[in-house]
Design a protein around this ligand. Structure first.
Ligand SMILES: [Zn+2]
Length: 184
């Protein structure tokens, strides 16, 4: 099932996600629906708030052909799609700057500085504790989606000058959101 995607201005995007207590069949169904929604958009990541939910849960699929070439080999151990339940960033290293967008900010992207490498602890779909260390675009996606689960959005990572450049678009989005509009 493909959900409507909430856009900037809608209150739920500012909520802090609630930890998933147990990986139930309902959570697995939610994951399937979030994957359907992400692939339909299409996007490389989706957090629960973006479909109006508050579970601490995000889905990511960065195809190897979209990855920074130098990071493909080091990310190879991580199977896509990557489902992160109750993710916590436990370590970061390095720095990268690259164009970043968000399904909740249609038509907006900006160069954003992020760590080059991230280690994340999470539960998998079987409820087992896992950790993964990723680099490049996959690291960026993990950081972006865990931001969402903390109510932190792309706009918060932009500089004042970058925000000014898209101020008109942001305002229009907020007005549409106030009228209950979704991405589709
Ligand atoms: Zn996003």
């Amino acid at each position: 099932m493909v959900y409507d995607i909430f856009i900037f201005g809608q209150e739920v995007l500012r909520h802090k996600a609630q930890p998933v207590a147990a990986v139930t069949p309902e959570i697995r169904k939610l994951v399937r629906d979030m994957l359907d929604t992400m692939y339909d958009a299409p996007g490389v990541g989706l957090a629960a708030e973006q479909i109006g939910r508050e579970e601490a849960l995000c889905v990511i699929d960065v195809p190897a052909n979209a990855e920074i070439p130098a990071c493909v080999a080091s990310n190879a151990a991580i199977t896509m799609p990557l489902i992160l339940i109750n993710p916590v960033i436990t370590a970061t290293a390095g720095q990268q700057r690259g164009e970043e967008g968000c399904l909740s900010f249609p038509d907006i992207s900006a160069p954003i500085t992020r760590p080059m490498q991230v280690t994340v602890a999470y539960l998998d779909l079987e409820g087992r504790a896992q950790t993964a260390t990723a680099q490049g675009l996959l690291a960026r996606a993990i950081l972006h989606e865990t931001d969402h689960l903390n109510g932190v959005l792309l706009v918060d990572r932009m500089s004042a000058i970058q925000r000014l450049a898209v101020a008109g678009k942001l305002k229009r989005m907020q007005q549409e959101a106030a009228q209950g509009a979704h991405r589709r």
